[in-house]
Design a protein around this ligand. Sequence first.
Ligand code: NAI
Ligand code: MG
Length: 396
Amino acid sequence: MRRTVVTMPGDGIGVPVLKEALRVLDAAGFEADYVHADIGWEFWKKEGNPLPQRTIDILEKHKIALFGAITSKPKDKANEALDPSLRDKGLVYFSPIVSMRQHFNLDICTRPCKAFAGNPLNFIRRGSGDTIEEPLVDAVIFRQNTEGLYGGVEWTNPPDVVYNALNTHVKFSKNFGDVPREDLAVSTRIFSRKACQRILRAAFEYAKKFDYKSVTICEKPNVIRETSGMMREEGRKMVKEYDGIDLWETNIDAQMMWLTKNPEDYGVLVSGNMFGDIVSDGFAGLTGGLGFACSANIGDEVAVFEPTHGSAPKYADYEVSIVNPIAMFLSACMMLDHIGEVEKAAKIRKAIETVISEGKVRTYDMKKMRGTADVINHGAASTTQMTDAVIEAMGR
Ligand code: NAI
Ligand code: MG
């Protein structure tokens, strides 16, 4: 069956990695019509909207999308970048990815962090005596993707109703009561029970399907009692439905320390929005870093697949792109899995595995080089050469 897939390359290196991913999909025999959609900084500058309505319409229509990366900048920089005709009209920059996740309720974010054998970027640690250990990290993070600290409910100099409401909390009146209002910045961390249940359900179902023995809730309920507490409470209820899966509970700070002690002990992890962002980057660092970190943002209707890296502006204008496209390829594999094309996904992953273990073709990050335009002249593969290698391995 021929599919329609929306492609949103976005900014910077999102463009070359997405382009190469389509070649890989094609070589794997995936047949699709690709519909381009605009997103990112260019459209903020030109139109004052980094996620134009036409893009929302396209996503609504076709449901499945591949996304590269976008550039985001802080408020003041965003204002300066606006086309002069759009300035001072009250337009406020808001990350189009966050907007997209909220608009389509893409509340389930999955970020697998699996080490490939032979990847020189894999985490190693000192074992007993003089031994070096390279644990096989295989962790899959489920991040609540729409709420919490990234929910966007925030104020500097909060309005009366908000200020007065906050003042009804004794901790607020006691600790912040005499701070001038214009010196107060408030970002909320709101969790809803339904969203907690949905992310937990997705995590447990994944653990069951792929035979992981544990689901770890990584939060901080001892301090953030209400929100982290709700996630924990729901997790403790849900685990009872899953024979053979243990519920582990860790605090985000301790978890970041344990990452470098016993990362191989963790299977599926589940967190709220910001902690999920943090812990997934932590695990990604053990399995190759940004060049390998893939993700899926899944809602009831729409699903968007993207590498977790950004637009890496410093490499964006290189004549020959040097960045590692594997994170994008693995994101495309997640898309294939999602729509039931599991064999094609497996084929691509197998080819990636082969290229990595053979070690002949490596991008600059895998060679531990500093990224500059001339890494190509020093043995690093370009984005296109890495793509060619994966396609070649698939054809063997
Ligand atoms: P970044 O992920 O773009 O780059 C950080 C560094 O990681 C790069 O300088 C490069 O050394 C390395 N890197 C990233 N992707 C790589 C790849 N595929 N292969 C090899 N090396 C790679 O993050 P940064 O520099 O913090 O942000 C740049 C822009 O991207 C900002 O405007 C930021 O807001 C945006 N961003 C967008 C994201 C998205 O679209 N999902 C996520 C993160 C940042
Ligand atoms: Mg992140």
